[in-house]
Design a protein around this ligand. Structure first.
Ligand SMILES: [Zn+2]
Length: 264
């Protein structure tokens, strides 16, 4: 069986284990059903997720000219503290910015390789945690807009990490942490504007990934450079496909690439 389409990050469903779907224009693949099967990946061309042209992808699935132009790729996406829609101030497109920024946001702690702080729209819980490969996570603050979440994250970064180590996450060298204890410890560092939004009573969410075999020494596949790859799928964690020869493929980092996937 052959499938072809432009890569976008896998859709997920919170289940035990998590279900993963690769969605193409005309097909979708439940990746869990492909575990223990040999996959053949082939790079075909680029297809910018905004303009659709066959132009080299720059970042986040967009070609360079789209990346520097469209509101979906503005700086406040990666740096929420730069959000200005709550001040009625436009960055690239105020209508879009109001729609995305002026809605409930969550500041959370997630443990994928270490405990880290992060921000997401409330509607993206637990998707965001799944995408990061976190085995446990907890919401700590729920605020009405992206700016407040951003300044909270910035303040907490002095006391907890804000990055994950993808190798550690994939090797599953994990330590279980009591995130309720972390939440209480960090409470004192939440900025004044956000203190009223602290979440007092909630519990950790635990996530179970469909992995049969963790790689001891993960090697990242560069499909653009290699052109093609074949291997037996042995697991999925975060947005990574894990193969039996320790090759890993980050689907999200390859958004905007058109690939052909063959399944034996
Ligand atoms: Zn484009």
């Amino acid at each position: 069986m052959f499938y072809q389409g432009v890569l976008t990050k896998m859709e997920t469903e919170l289940a035990q284990p998590i279900q993963y779907y690769l969605v193409f224009e005309t097909d979708f693949l439940n990746m869990n059903q492909l575990l223990n099967k040999t996959l053949h990946l082939k790079f075909v061309k680029y297809q910018c997720l905004h303009c659709g042209l066959n132009k080299e992808i720059y970042r986040q699935g967009f070609c360079k000219s789209c990346f520097f132009d469209i509101p979906q790729a503005a700086d406040w996406i990666m740096r929420p503290e730069l959000s200005t829609a709550h001040l009625d101030k436009e960055d690239r497109d105020l209508t879009y910015e109001k729609k995305v920024q002026l809605q409930p946001h969550i500041v959370y702690l997630a443990n994928s390789s270490n405990v880290k702080v992060g921000v997401t729209r409330k509607s993206q819980v637990p998707t965001r945690w799944i995408d990061q490969g976190a085995h446990e996570a907890i919401e700590i603050v729920e605020v009405p807009n992206r700016y407040l979440a951003g300044i909270t994250e910035v303040a907490l970064k002095d006391h907890v990490a804000d990055k994950t180590n993808w190798r550690t996450m994939l090797k599953n060298d994990i330590v279980d942490e009591d995130l309720v204890v972390w939440r209480e410890r960090l409470k004192a560092y939440i900025p004044e504007e956000a203190q009223d939004y602290f979440i007092e009573n909630n519990a950790e969410t635990h996530l179970e990934f469909p992995v049969n075999q963790y790689p001891k020494n993960p090697k990242s596949l560069n499909i653009k450079k290699e052109g093609s790859y074949s291997g037996k799928l042995v697991g999925i964690k975060g947005q990574y496909l894990i193969f039996d020869d320790q090759t890993v493929f980050n689907v999200r980092a390859n958004e905007g690439l058109v690939v052909e996937i063959g399944v034996d």
